[in-house]
Design a protein around this ligand. Structure first.
Ligand SMILES: NC(=O)c1ccc[n+]([C@@H]2O[C@H](COP(=O)([O-])OP(=O)(O)OC[C@H]3O[C@@H](n4cnc5c(N)ncnc54)[C@H](O)[C@@H]3O)[C@@H](O)[C@H]2O)c1
Length: 349
C-alpha cells in the first residue's frame, strides 16, 4: 500500500490533540479531517496541526471520502454510537477508553465489529507504554517467578473535561475514567478475573474533594484471578502534585516497580518554575521530574503505530485492544461498581 492512510479525528481537544501530535510523526498516516462541535476547538486544532476540513459533527466527517479511519476522541458517552456509525460506513475505528458507558452499548460495538469486519481498536495506552511492555516481558519470562499480587493506579487531581463530571456523560467517576487503565493492562496480562471486590466513595457530597462530580473521586477494586493471583486497581482524583501512574508486581521470585509518570531521567530544580513538568502538576517550582515525552512514555505513540499497522497491513491486533476486550474491561469496571453498591464480591465467570 503506497498512499498514506486518511485519519479523521472526532473530538479536537485534549485527547484529539495528542493523537494529532502522534499522527504527525507517522509517515504512513495523514490527518485528513477533524470534527468537533466547538468552533474554538476546531480553529485551534487547524491552527496547530494543519488546515484540514473541519466538520461540526460525525455526519460531516463520515461524508468525507478521504477519511478511512475514524479516531474517536470525544467524551465517553459518545464512544459506542460513533464507533458503530463509523464501522457501518466502512471505516476502521480507533476508540479512546472506555469502549462505552454501558455494557449494552459495548456489546453492540462487538456485534457491529463482527458483522462489518472493520478494525475496531480499543485504545488502552498502558498496554503499549514502553516501561510496562518491558515489565510484561519480564513477568512472562518468569523473571519474578509466579505473580502473586499486582497493583496499578492512575490518579490525579480531577479531570479537566466538563464531561467527566456527570455520570451520564462519563459512565461513572474516577474508576471508569482513570482507574480503567490498570484494569485494561491487567486484562492484557492475566485475562478475566473470576471475581471482583470494589470500594468507592459515593460521588457528590460523599466525595473526598470533588463535591461537584456526580461520580466517585476515589475507587479501589480487587481482582481475584482463577490461578490465585490478586490485583489491586485504583483510580482517584484526590492526588495532588501531578498525575501518578504506577504499577507494581510481586512474584514468588521477585518484584517489579514501574513509575510511568515520575520515573523521568530528568530532575530539575527551578526557582522560577518551568512551563511544563508532568500532566496535572499544579506548579513547577523547586524540584520536579519533568516528563521527556509523554506521548512516548505513556504508550500513545506505540499504540497508534500498532493500530495503523493493523489497518494498513492487516496484521494481527494485540488481543486486549479488540472490541471484545473493550467490552470485557467494561464488565470488570461495572462489576467493581456493583460490588461497591451491593457490598459483596461479584463473580464474573
Ligand atoms: N488514554 C488516555 O490516557 C486519555 C487521556 C485523555 C482523554 N482520554 C479520552 O479521550 C476522550 C476525550 O477526552 P478529552 O480529555 O479530550 O476531553 P475534552 O473535553 O478535552 O475534549 C472533548 C472534545 O469533544 C468535543 N465534542 C463533544 N461532543 C461532541 C460531538 N457530539 N461531536 C463532536 N465533538 C464533540 C468537545 O467539544 C471537546 O472539544 C475521553 O473519552 C477520555 O476518556 C484518554
Amino acid at each position: 500500500m503506497d498512499a498514506r492512510t486518511g485519519i479523521g479525528i472526532i473530538g479536537a481537544q485534549f485527547a484529539g490533540r495528542f493523537h494529532a501530535q502522534i499522527w504527525e510523526t507517522l509517515p504512513d498516516a495523514e490527518v485528513v479531517a477533524v470534527a468537533d462541535v466547538s468552533p474554538e476547538a476546531r480553529e485551534a486544532f487547524c491552527r496547530d496541526y494543519g488546515s484540514v476540513p473541519a466538520y461540526t459533527d460525525l455526519t460531516g466527517l463520515l461524508a468525507d471520502p478521504n477519511v478511512e479511519v475514524v479516531d474517536v476522541c470525544v467524551p465517553n458517552f459518545l464512544h459506542a454510537q460513533m464507533a458503530i456509525r463509523a464501522m457501518e460506513t466502512g471505516r476502521h475505528v480507533i476508540c479512546e477508553k472506555p469502549a462505552a458507558t454501558t455494557l449494552a452499548d459495548a456489546e453492540q460495538v462487538v456485534e457491529v465489529q463482527q458483522r462489518t469486519g472493520r478494525r475496531y481498536c480499543y485504545a488502552e495506552d498502558w498496554i503499549f507504554a514502553p516501561a510496562l511492555v518491558r515489565a510484561e516481558r519480564i513477568i512472562r519470562e518468569g523473571g519474578i517467578g509466579r505473580p502473586l499480587f499486582l497493583k496499578g493506579k492512575e490518579c490525579h487531581n480531577g479531570s479537566h473535561s466538563p464531561f467527566a463530571k456527570t455520570i451520564e456523560y462519563c459512565g461513572g467517576g474516577s474508576l471508569i475514567h482513570v482507574g480503567i487503565h490498570s484494569i485494561g493492562y491487567f486484562f492484557h496480562l492475566l485475562g478475566m478475573p473470576e471475581r471482583v471486590t470494589g470500594c468507592c466513595n459515593g460521588g457528590g457530597a460523599d466525595n473526598f474533594v470533588h463535591k461537584d462530580f456526580e461520580g466517585e473521586d476515589w475507587a479501589l477494586g480487587v481482582l481475584h484471578y482463577p490461578n490465585g493471583e490478586k490485583a489491586l486497581v485504583e483510580g482517584n482524583y484526590i492526588t495532588t502534585g501531578g498525575m501518578d501512574d504506577s504499577m507494581e508486581a510481586y512474584g514468588t521470585e521477585g518484584v517489579i516497580k514501574v513509575d510511568l509518570t515520575f520515573g523521568s531521567p530528568l530532575s530539575v530544580f527551578s526557582k522560577n518554575g518551568i512551563s511544563y513538568a508532568v500532566e496535572k502538576a499544579e506548579f513547577t517550582h523547586g524540584w520536579t521530574r519533568p516528563a521527556v515525552d509523554e506521548n512516548e512514555s505513556l504508550g500513545y505513540k506505540d499504540e497508534l503505530t500498532h493500530f495503523l499497522d493493523c489497518v494498513r497491513n492487516d496484521t494481527p491486533q494485540v488481543p486486549a485492544t479488540t472490541a471484545e476486550a473493550g467490552f470485557a474491561v467494561l464488565r470488570i469496571v461495572e462489576a467493581i461498581y456493583r460490588s461497591h453498591r451491593e457490598e459483596r464480591t461479584i463473580a464474573l465467570t
